[in-house]
Design a protein around this ligand. Structure first.
Ligand SMILES: C[S@@+](CC[C@H](N)C(=O)[O-])C[C@H]1O[C@@H](n2cnc3c(N)ncnc32)[C@H](O)[C@@H]1O
Length: 214
């Protein structure tokens, strides 16, 4: 399977109308955690099994990964979890705008594709526009968690979030990066990096009380 798809190609610019929250989950009023770039889905499958009173939504631009994640989810009978195929930069904003106030509690973006070349920076998933969509919909005190093994990429992401008036960085023990994944469930990429004993840069941001201004 190809490792990266170009999210800016015409094909991925078509907006997809994602099914509404009310039909995705059995208990559609439970708090929601969205994982952006859910890949093979293992992270959310484990969380959804551990926390039945939360709803988990994995969003992924590579359709075959969504199909296989959904297959695993169905085999396990998890009704508080769903994987959807979309380009989050195109389709997430509308889905978020339909949510009940205070329902979205967590968003994670873990080991996003790095797109190293300068001319490819625009393909990176975290943009000001995506961040604003999240800021508009996530509840006060909601969590935005990011992690990566690539220092230049995480600096790029933290710069975008630090510039936003809607999020405050959570600093623990005076350290710039969190020592551990706060959800205590590792993603595939995280496990791979941990096994190689390489550094992982993690940051948690909390939605503050600033009113969202369009
Ligand atoms: C390097 S993988 C990391 C996967 C997983 N989060 C982990 O930590 O193991 C990044 C994932 O983000 C997905 N992705 C990249 N751009 C995306 C976009 N615009 N919308 C949705 N998913 C995207 C990729 O297809 C890929 O599966």
């Amino acid at each position: 399977m190809r490792q990266h798809v170009n999210p800016l190609s015409h094909f991925f610019q078509l907006p997809l109308s994602l099914p509404s929250n009310s039909i995705l989950f059995k208990n559609s009023h439970d708090p929601i955690h969205i994982d952006i770039g859910s890949a093979k889905g293992e992270f959310l499958i484990e969380l959804a099994s551990k926390y039945p009173n939360w709803n988990f939504l994995g969003l992924e631009i590579r359709e075959p990964l969504v199909s296989s994640s959904e297959r695993k989810r169905k085999q396990l009978g998890l009704l508080n979890l769903k994987f959807l195929y979309c380009n989050v930069n195109i389709s997430l904003d509308e889905w978020l705008s339909d949510l009940d106030l205070n329902q979205l509690k967590r968003v994670s973006i873990q080991f996003p594709d790095p797109w190293f070349k300068r001319k490819h920076l625009k393909r990176r998933v975290l943009t000001k526009s995506l961040l604003n969509s999240i800021a508009r919909s996530i509840s006060k005190d909601g969590e935005l968690f990011i992690q990566s093994d690539i220092s230049k990429l995480i600096e790029y992401m933290t710069n975008i979030i630090d510039e936003s008036i809607y999020f405050d960085r959570k600093i623990l023990k005076g350290l710039k990066w969190l020592e551990k994944n706060p959800y205590e469930v590792t993603t595939d990429r995280e496990l791979f990096v941990l096994k190689q004993n390489l550094p992982i840069y993690r940051a948690m941001y909390i939605r503050n009380s600033a009113l969202f201004i369009n």
